[in-house]
Design a protein around this ligand. Structure first.
Ligand code: PHE
Length: 355
């Protein structure tokens, strides 16, 4: 049987080498219980001291106590070591590499229709027009009646209407406005000439969609009323618009048209931006954008019907005016060469990021 002193030596060697292997708190605790716990190896030796003769008890006792303290200190040191290693690992992991290139921040941009709308409004603002707005849900009276489009008049067929489920005097009387023209009357009712306004806004039609028609589009209405306003003013103003938005090289012409609220009425056409007015593409194919005519209609216009001026209380002998309404999507299509209006509202970044 080995002496207790030898056993202490052996305990020390085993304890120290095992401690060096401990990698975490659980291993440390296991180690502590194995050597210093109530049934630990060193504890058992200390207990056995009582049965030794005095001389030997002193010698072994001193050694056992030294070992107890030494192991306690070794445990504390190993704990500190592991803690330090843990902190170092955390710092390594969290270290900033300042040479790493930054992540690009995704930046939005204005929708091509919004860009075009702003350019168009800016163009007219610089010619002295003021921007005003009106409601998208409109009364029948403003959208139709006051514009000389009475109930049962065939002119109503020009606009397939989205009615709102609301009746007044037993009749449907509210709708999603089919054009921005109701704002002509709305504005004139509350103001006296001289008037120069542009009215941007969305309009809605019960429409089967195709590449140039959608059930919703954006219009800009224009209205100028004053003494001595003539068709020359209308042509001059819109010619300047074409020059600024499409460039000085575009040809334009007015053709006769019909709107119940203007007399005379005219459509404004520009030569096709795709085939340059040829009606055919370079490879000889017919141009589908202008349907091979070489011309594209960009807006409807005319001299404000005198009856409308009289209805809002103006002296129609003294005042005259002109008005127009244009579709902004159509203008954006021509400007950016987009072939289908519906693409604008599909939220496809592959299209939108190009502008
Ligand atoms: N409101 C007409 C439309 O949609 C356009 C227009 C406005 C015509 C003003 C003449 C005068 O389609």
């Amino acid at each position: 049987m080995p002496s207790l002193l030898e056993e202490l030596k052996e305990i020390e060697v085993a304890a120290r080498s095992q401690l060096a292997e401990a990698r975490d708190d659980a291993a440390l605790e296991e180690w502590r219980i194995a050597y210093l716990g109530r049934r630990g190896r060193l504890t058992l030796v200390l207990r056995a001291l009582a049965s030794l003769p005095l001389e030997e008890r002193r010698k072994v006792g001193a050694e056992a106590n030294r070992l107890k303290e030494a192991l306690g200190a070794a445990l504390a040191q190993r704990q500190a070591q592991l803690e330090e290693a843990r902190l170092t690992a955390v710092m390594e992991r969290g270290r900033l590499d300042v040479t790493l290139p930054g992540r690009p921040r995704a930046q939005g941009r204005l929708h091509p229709v919004t860009q075009t709308l702003r350019d168009v409004l800016h163009c007219f603002e610089s010619m002295g027009f003021q921007v005003v707005e009106g409601p998208e849900v409109e009364w029948d009276r403003y959208n139709f009646e006051a514009l000389r489009i009475p109930r049962d008049h065939p002119a109503r067929d020009m606009w397939a209407t989205l009615w709102v489920d609301y009746e007044k005097d037993g009749e449907r009387s509210m709708l999603l406005r089919t054009h921005t023209s109701p704002n002509q009357v709305r504005y004139m009712e509350g103001h006296q000439p001289p008037i120069r306004i542009v009215v941007p806004g969305r309009v809605y039609r019960f429409e089967a969609t195709d590449p140039i028609h959608d059930w919703m589009h954006t219009q800009v209405e224009g209205l100028a009323v004053d003494e001595g306003i003539s068709m020359a003013d209308l042509k001059g103003t819109l010619a300047e618009f074409v020059r600024r938005i499409f460039g000085a090289d575009r040809k334009m012409f007015f053709h006769c048209d019909y709107f119940p609220f203007t007399e005379p009425s005219m459509g404004l056409l520009i030569d096709c931006v795709v085939c340059n007015g040829e009606g055919r593409l370079r490879d000889g194919q017919g141009c589908s954008t202008c349907k091979e005519t070489g011309w594209i209609e960009v807006l409807g216009s005319g001299m404000v019907h005198p009856e409308i001026l009289a209805n809002v209380g103006y002296d129609a002998e003294r005042y005259t005016g002109f008005a127009w309404g244009m579709g902004i999507e159509r203008i954006a299509m021509l400007r950016y060469g987009v072939e289908d209006v519906r693409l604008f509202y599909q939220n496809d970044l592959r299209l939108l990021e190009q502008f």
